[in-house]
Write a protein that binds this ligand. Sequence first.
Ligand code: HAM
Length: 414
Amino acid sequence: MASKFQAPRGTFDVLPEQARSRARLERAATTIFSRAGYEPIATPAFEDTALFERGVGKSTDIVRKEMFTFEDKGGRSLTLRPEGTASICRAYLEHGMHKLAQPVKLSYLGPFFRHERPQAGRYRQFHQLGAECIGADSPLADAEVIMLLSDLLAELGVPGVELRLGSLGSFEARRAYLDDLKAHLHDHEGELSQDVRERIDINPLRAFDSDDEGTRGVMATAPTIVGQLEGEDAEHFEEVRALLDAAGISYVVDSTLVRGLDYYTRTIFSFVCDQLGAQSEIGGGGRYDGLIEQLGGKPTPAVGFAAGIERILLALDEEVPAPGRDVFVAIADPEQRGQAMALAVELRGAGFSVEVDLAGRGLKGQLKHADRIGARQVLILEADGGAQLRDMKTGEQRAADTGKLVEEMTGGES
Ligand code: HAM
C-alpha cells in the first residue's frame, strides 16, 4: 500500500541498492583524505544565520534566496548549513586551532541544504565531501587540494571530467577589477538582461554566468581578472599552474570562471563533467584568504574544495552488486531456532556474513531464500540433530560438525 507521504520536494531516499555505490565513493574519499593527512571533522547541520551571511556573503544567491532559515524556541535565527567552509572556519576559531602546527588540514562529508529549484543533479538536501587546508599561503596548498579531488575522480573512474582554473587576485586587486567591470557593464546597460542590470553594483561577476544573449555579447568584450593579475597574485597563479603541470594534471584557464560564494581570493577552480547536463559542476573550490578574518580571527590564508556526492554518482551511473552472504543457516525443525541463532552469532564473530530464517519458512522455502540472497553455503540443521553443509554453486552437500564450524566453513584451512 502506497503511503500518502512522500519525501519532501528536492529530497530523496537512498535505497540499499544506491547505498552501495555511495559507500564505495565514501570509502575512496576517506582513503584519499587520510593518506594526505586531512583529518575528518564534523560540524552541526545548522549554525547561526549570521555566520553564513558574513561568511558566504549577503549578495550571493545562496544567502539571498536559498537558505533554510528558521527561528528556534529561544528566538535565535538559525540556518541549515548551505555549505561547509564557513562552519569549518568557525570551528577553527572556536577551538583555537590557530595554536596547532599550521596548516590545519581537515576533511568532511555530510548533508547540506539549499532551497533551489530541484532538477537532475540539483537538490534541496544534497551531500558534499570536501577538504580545507587552513593556515598555508603557499601555491603548494592550492595544488594539493586540487590534486585530492582530481585523484578521487580518477580513482572512481568518473568519465568526461575537465578542470577549469582561474584566479580572482587578492581582495584589493579584485576590488579594482570589479570597478572596471562595473564601468564596462554600466557602459552597456541597455544591452543587459534585467536581472544582470539590477545587480551591476551588488554582484557584477554574475554577469559572466548569464544565458541572456545580449548580456553574453557584452561579456565577450568585458575585462577579465586573469588578464589583469599583477605582482604576487600573478606569481601565485603561475606557481599553481606550474605545480599542476609538473603533476601531469590537465586544466584549462578560464578567465570568466566565477563561483557563487563571496569569500574567494586568488585561485578558484571547478571540475565539470560532460555527462551531467545543466548541473555540470561536480566540485570546485578555491582560496579564501580573507574568510577567517571576516569571522573575527587573525588574517589566515586558506584553500579548499567541496564536491557534490550525488553529482559524482550520477556521472558514474554504476550499479554495485549486492555482496551476497557467506552462509545461510537453515533449520528443519523450529526447535532448532536457538541453536541456529547461536551458530550464526559464532560465525559472525569469526568474520563471516550469516543470515538465518526470520520468516518461519519451511526447509524448502529456506533453501530458496538462501539462493535468492546469494548465500554461498547453507548450513542445514537436520531434525535428527545432524548437520549438512551445502555448496550452493555446485549443489554438493556433506556432513558438517557443528562443534568445528569455523574450520568446516573454510574447508579445514583455518
Ligand atoms: P559550491 O560550488 O557551492 O562550493 O558547492 C560545491 C559542490 O556541491 C558543487 O560543485 C556541486 O557539485 C555540489 N552542489 C552544490 N549545490 C548543490 C545542490 N543544490 N544539489 C546537488 N549538489 C550541489 C561550496 O560549497 C564551497 N564550500 C566549496 C569550497 C570549499 N570552497 C573552498 N572550500
